[in-house]
Ligand binder design. Structure first.
Ligand code: UDP
Length: 389
């Protein structure tokens, strides 16, 4: 028997798609009489203007006016204010999302984007599919945005205890809440080989202190000035810069790598993040929740150099509170200082790795996939049974 799983995302950043891919990969491995067919839908593609421009608008806002994005985030982050936004947006997606549901007839609907939880609930009612369960998978940390918190979802997978507390405070019943970790790809659990073997495979030097620089799936933000500052600081490091899908940025970094004193390896979007994270010594990154969770799973100490205002502030606090590395968000000089200090402090790095091991998600995608599979098999009304997973 085949069960259909509809995963709803929006391509704002790279994290939601990565999370959906991770869950789909874990569902495809489930050993049961059922097979799971997954369809990942960028919901903006099913909306009317201006929601069709959501991904583009998000990228532009973050590139040219991050404070404006932060202001919008805060302006909509309150129960009443968010309800007003939902009322405004509903006519822009309602019919098309309903038609998508009717066309695909899913056995379970999974929302992996804050703006899609209410949308999915509304479209489910419109499609008369109340018996199809909706599972929300929250990918942000800390004091998450109001839009993630829908008590009507049939199950809510949360990445950490503090998000669990926030969900409880918004009246999501404990029986619907599952603390399963951020959905990181099963490939992270399956990386084999020693650090030396991985370095050989990836063309990294064996003896160097390797620092990897990332800025999420799309690249951008302060990645270029941070890479330049680290590469010119004459630190005894080998630098790997992953620029994601931003091809212009990759080219600029490749050009810059020629004239700097520090060896700098530049990669565009790579599928080998799991292997790199197990092969390098330190990660310097924007506070994307996916990248942070992956680094914790790989026990790779973190320096946070940037964050998306509003949305990723909770992730920065999470790094601080759990002592998972150093927060250096006040400019490139602070980042250089943080890397210099850490590379001279093996004991400190060891302490951070211990902290990461204590909170890292274990088999998170596989656990989330098990929850979704259970929901697909049992349907919305049998929720109580699922809660004991
Ligand atoms: N990523 C990847 N290859 C790359 C760059 C990034 O697979 O070359 C993945 C990364 O491992 C993570 C995701 O993209 O899973 C980025 O998600 P995150 O939540 O950190 O940031 P966002 O892109 O949403 O801002």
């Amino acid at each position: 028997m085949t069960k259909r799983v509809l995963l709803l995302i929006s391509d704002t950043g790279g994290g939601h798609r990565s999370a959906a891919n991770a869950i789909a990969a874990a569902l495809s491995e489930i050993d049961s009489p059922c097979t799971f067919e997954c369809r990942i839908e960028d919901v903006a593609a099913h909306c009317s203007f201006p929601l069709t421009q959501l991904g583009r608008g998000y990228s532009m806002a973050l590139r040219y006016a991050p404070p404006v994005y932060g202001a919008l985030y805060h302006a909509t982050n309150g129960r009443r204010r968010y309800r007003a936004l939902v009322r405004f947006c509903e006519p822009l997606y309602r019919e098309r999302l309903r038609d998508l549901f009717i066309d695909y007839t899913p056995d379970v609907i999974v929302s992996i984007h804050p703006l899609l939880n209410h949308a999915a609930l509304r479209a489910r009612t419109d499609a008369h599919m109340q018996d199809v369960p909706i599972v929300t998978v929250i990918t942000d940390l800390g004091n998450v945005h109001e839009s993630w918190l829908t008590p009507q979802s049939d199950a809510v997978a949360v990445p950490a205890r503090e998000v669990y507390e926030r969900a409880l405070s918004r009246a999501i019943p404990p029986s619907r809440l599952f603390v399963l970790g951020h959905p990181i790809h099963p490939r992270f659990d399956d990386v084999t080989g020693t650090k030396a073997q991985l370095r050989e495979q990836l063309g990294l030097p064996q003896e160097a202190f390797v620092v990897m620089l990332m800025a999420g799936g799309e690249g951008g933000g302060k990645l270029l000035p941070t890479a330049l500052a680290l590469s010119r600081a004459r630190l005894p490091i080998h630098l790997v810069v992953i620029s994601g899908r931003n091809e212009t940025l990759r080219q600029r970094l490749v050009d810059a790598a020629v004239g700097v004193p520090t060896p700098m390896q530049v990669l565009g979007f790579t599928e080998k993040v799991p292997e790199f994270m197990h092969a390098v010594d330190l990660l310097v990154t924007k506070a994307g929740p996916g990248t942070l969770a992956e680094a914790n799973a790989a026990q790779l100490p973190i320096v946070v150099y940037d964050y998306i205002p509003g949305q990723e502030r909770g992730n920065v606090d999470f790094v601080r509170r759990n002592d998972l590395g150093t927060v250096a968000i006040r400019g490139t000089a602070e980042v250089v200082r943080a890397v210099r200090t850490l590379l001279r402090s093996p004991e400190r790095l060891e302490q951070i790795r211990r902290n990461q091991a204590a909170i890292a998600p274990q088999r998170s995608s596989r656990q989330i996939a098990a929850l979704i599979a259970n929901m697909a098999n049992r349907g919305a009304p049998r929720l109580q049974a699922v809660a004991s997973l």
